[in-house]
Design a protein around this ligand. Structure first.
Ligand code: GH3
Ligand code: MG
Ligand code: MG
Ligand code: MG
Ligand code: MG
Length: 298
């Protein structure tokens, strides 16, 4: 494990580096605060920091303050290691953002124990960050199909709409509703219905561009967000998707199962809102159903 040592006194620096090595750490040594800060900007920078207070160019507490300002979810663990031993300085150092404070001359065993505390804290922090990422993934995705769930796709739509307006780019949405899906469940069973939903999602995902985004809006309804140039409604994108869904053959127990989809499309206008876009796509979808299904209506 790498440990950053920032210390302007050459003797202290050498001794500290030597004992770190002896304890099995990999010391990264800097002579002033600016050099330490530069090291911290690099990828794979040390996560455990031993910082002197008084150093040329940048003092230890200033490094702590800057790290705190970055406000990241996995900041490094900082031990201020300094000759300044009055209570006021300890408070200042800790308030600047240091995790721990040790006064020189330090007792090596105590330093070693405090570094172990730092390691434990970093491990705990890493597992929290990991758990948070996993929960975010779960909270955003539909467990059956793996595509974004309703909340996430609507958030994405709000973001994309804002971006489209700011950059005067195009944006269209397609509301997809599988046709007569109830009948698929009734004929082939609910499990087969689930399989059809999964196959449908894979089919669409396989045909759209990286910037387009599919989400499950409801039971057998999906929402596609497509960023297209200008005010167009995505050329023949939706027609192609409609045809490809109809061409799918999903392996069933005896015969292959197929399905069609109706699509209502709405393109962003100057005064579009998330609600107006969804309402327009919904109205178009309603007409697609009324006009006989398996089609795209704008
Ligand atoms: P339409 O063409 O008018 O859309 O007809 P439809 O049968 O697709 O529409 P309806 O709204 O009557 O039925 C939708 C069906 O989708 C009913 C519901 O049980 C089924 N469904 C919703 N979510 C799921 C799911 O997660 N799995 C399965 N297997 N079925 C689902
Ligand atoms: Mg110093
Ligand atoms: Mg429906
Ligand atoms: Mg319906
Ligand atoms: Mg349906």
């Amino acid at each position: 494990m790498k440990v950053l040592i920032a210390e302007d006194d050459s003797t202290s620096r050498r001794i500290l580096a030597a004992i770190m090595k002896k304890w099995g750490y990999d010391p990264v040594v800097t002579e002033d605060g600016q050099a330490a800060w530069d090291v911290l900007q690099q990828p794979d920078a040390p996560r455990l920091l031993l910082l002197d207070w008084n150093m040329p160019k940048m003092e230890g507490p200033e490094i702590c303050r800057r790290l705190k300002e970055q406000n990241v979810s996995n900041p490094p663990y900082v031990i201020l290691l300094t000759g300044r031993d009055n209570k006021g300085d300890i408070v200042l150092g800790l308030d600047a953002g240091a995790n721990d404070y040790m006064v020189k001359p330090y007792d090596p065993e105590e330093l070693q124990a405090r570094i172990r505390v730092g390691k434990r804290m970093l491990e705990l922090q890493a597992s929290l960050v990991e758990a948070h990422a996993a929960l975010t993934q779960l909270a955003m995705h539909d467990p059956l199909t793996g595509v974004l769930n309703r909340r996430a796709i609507l958030e994405r739509l709000a973001d994309e709409l804002e971006r489209a307006k700011r950059e005067k780019g195009g944006l269209s949405i397609g509301m997809f509703d599988l046709d007569l899906f109830k009948k698929i469940n009734d004929t082939h069973g609910h499990q087969m219905g689930d399989q059809v939903l999964v196959s449908f999602a894979r089919c669409i995902e396989g045909k759209i561009r990286k910037y387009d985004c599919l989400g499950r809006y409801g039971g057998e309804e999906f929402l596609l967000i497509s960023t297209v140039p200008g005010n167009s409604t995505g050329g023949k994108l939706y027609e192609r998707l409609c045809e490809q869904v109809a061409a799918m053959e999903i392996a069933g127990e005896s015969v292959p199962v197929s399905v069609t989809v109706s699509i209502g499309v709405a393109a962003v206008k100057k005064d579009s809102t998330v609600d107006s876009l969804l309402a327009a796509a919904d109205a178009a979808l309603y007409r697609a159903k009324a006009e006989g299904r398996n089609r795209v209506v704008y």
